[in-house]
Design a protein around this ligand. Structure first.
Ligand code: BES
Ligand code: MN
Ligand code: ZN
Length: 529
């Protein structure tokens, strides 16, 4: 991660000096001063092209006589009236994007007060740093021969800002989020020969140092619990499945937790319903839901969130094999419902069925949010701009939509209903695992809903289109986005950390639920310490 410091404006050797302008090329005070110092170089450069100070629009100047400063960037902040956190993140991102290929190691950012309508300097500085850090992330684990001249050098931001102490505090408040997002991106980027269920669990172990408890179920335990749906998916792989549970108890003791459940298919070949070869490598990131749960739990623990949250990761590999499950097989899920597996490529919902059953029986959560790269159909519906939101609870859905809006992560509610549920009728079992092609994301959600106990607020996020994008955006390079960590971190902060008693599912706690939580699994946990 970029090293970020705050203080007086400086000019480190070899650094890029960054100053700002509003729309129309209106230079801010630091830029005006620099313009004077350089005999009008900034004004002249601005006149020499189309640069206009739009949000994130960069005017680069090189060859100025400024001692050992390597270059100047004048970064646009758009309309001064409309400048918000997202705009500042975009400006930060633009700084990183511009400097990454240049070999410049330090950006010396001179940030002025931005006016009454904009965020205060401390927050603005932190938002710029956030944008730059997010954009500068790259996954380089397997590059061994990169030439120095091809290696990004940008390593630090030295931000000169009025309220340096306040800015430092604001940035430190964001670091747990950035680290959580990067953890998710790392996991999502790993290839499936490296990151299989057991290794995924190994990557979770260091999180216990942050105060998270980690419980891991292996194949035997899952068999004992009757997780026939999850195990049916896993049986074609030589890699053993795992169910990992991360618990964060930062809230009132005895208060029912929020449960966050992630699909962790470490590779999805489709199984016997084998996928076509083109693009199959993408299925290494079919564990993206579990990746978000891991990153979120890390963020919550690192910032000591005052909430009880349990994260469940259903970790399997979906392979074709002599022992793989066949189309037409009938499996019995943990809650006793039987499923006719028409298509072995509709495996995510099978994994989630047992994962949500386990978390309900063991933790009596007040609400459940599951995340899954569940359907290609959601990409057809919403592209890469929105995750699909499906929910049985308007309060929880509204809270998620608000969190998405606040954090700039697209989320769009989709319909559900009996007419879709009916499509899951099986000739010989309680349900089949696929409906028709039409409305494929909706029937997938209906399938999961069948495993949610009546009265439990539940939301399903189909993140197939947002986990991985083959195109750089403001806050990420092409590849893993980390989508969802920010959204759910906001959901927890606004709805579950001593917020109003009206928060979604808040009534689900209390003494009765606490007593019910003392289940055999809870006793097992206590015994293991
Ligand atoms: N992991 C896939 C969904 C997916 C597709 C995620 C593309 C990301 C990009 C999921 O397991 C799957 O295969 N879904 C099937 C469901 C179908 C068989 C009903 C699909 O979407 O085609
Ligand atoms: Mn599949
Ligand atoms: Zn899948």
């Amino acid at each position: 991660m970029l090293k970020v410091s705050f203080g007086k404006p400086t000019r480190p050797r070899g650094s890029a000096l960054v100053v700002f302008a509003f729309a129309g090329g209106k230079l801010l005070p630091a830029a005006t001063a620099l313009d004077r110092e350089t005999g009008g170089a900034l004004t002249r450069a601005a006149k020499g092209g189309r640069w206009n100070g739009k949000t994130g629009e960069v005017l680069p100047l090189i060859g100025l006589d400024l001692g050992e400063v390597s270059r100047v960037l004048v970064v646009g902040l758009g309309d001064s009236d409309g400048l918000d956190r997202a705009g500042l993140e975009k400006a930060g991102s633009a700084i990183a994007r511009t400097l990454l290929p240049t070999g410049v190691a330090t950006a010396a950012i001179h940030l002025d007060a931005l006016g009454a309508k904009a965020p205060p300097p401390a927050e603005a500085a932190a938002a710029i740093a956030f944008g730059a850090a997010m954009r500068a992330y790259s996954f380089d684990t397997y590059r061994t021969r990169r030439k120095p001249e091809e290696t990004p050098a940008l390593a630090s931001l030295a931000i000169g800002v009025e309220d340096a102490a306040g800015a430092r505090k604001a940035w430190e408040g964001l670091v747990p989020l950035v680290e959580g997002i990067f953890f998710t991106r790392d996991l999502v980027s790993e290839p499936a020969n490296i990151l299989y269920p057991e290794e995924f669990v190994n990557r979770l172990r260091p999180l216990t140092k942050l105060g998270l408890t980690l419980e891991v179920l292996g194949e035997k335990e899952m068999r004992r619990l009757g997780m026939g749906a999850l195990l049916g998916v896993a049986q074609g792989s030589v890699r053993e499945p795992r169910l990992a549970v991360l618990v964060w108890n930062g809230g009132a003791s005895g208060e029912a937790p929020l449960a966050v459940v992630g699909k962790g298919v470490c590779f999805d070949t489709g199984g016997i319903s084998l996928k076509p070869p083109a693009g199959m490598e993408d299925m290494k990131w079919d564990m993206g839901g579990a990746g978000v749960v891991a990153g979120l739990m890390r963020t919550l623990a690192a910032r000591k969130a005052r909430a009880n949250v349990v994260g469940v990761l259903g970790l399997v590999e979906n392979m074709p094999d002599g022992n793989a499950q066949r189309p037409g097989d009938v499996v019995t899920a943990m809650d006793g419902q039987t499923i006719e597996v028409i298509n072995t490529d509709a495996e995510g919902r099978l994994v989630l069925a047992d994962a949500v059953t386990y978390v309900q029986q063991t933790y009596k959560p007040r609400a459940i949010v599951d995340l899954a790269t569940l359907t290609g159909a959601i990409i057809i519906s919403l592209g890469h701009e929105y995750a699909g939101l499906f929910s049985n609870d308007d309060g929880l859905a509204e809270a998620l939509l608000a969190a998405g809006k606040a954090e700039g992560e697209g989320i769009w509610r989709m319909p559900m209903g009996e007419v879709f549920d009916r499509k899951l009728t099986s000739q010989i079992a309680d349900m089949k695992n696929v409906g028709p092609r039409e409305g494929g994301s909706i029937t997938a959600a209906q399938f999961i809903k069948r495993f949610i106990k009546d009265g439990t607020p539940w939301a399903h996020l189909d993140i197939a289109g947002t986990v991985w994008i083959n195109e750089a955006r403001t806050l990420h390079e092409k590849g893993a986005t980390g989508y969802g960590v920010r959204l759910l971190n906001r959901l927890v902060a606004d709805g579950y950390e001593g917020g109003p008693a009206s928060a979604p599912g808040r009534s689900g706690g209390g003494r009765k639920a606490a007593a019910a939580r003392k289940t055999p699994a809870a006793a097992r946990r206590r015994k293991r310490g």
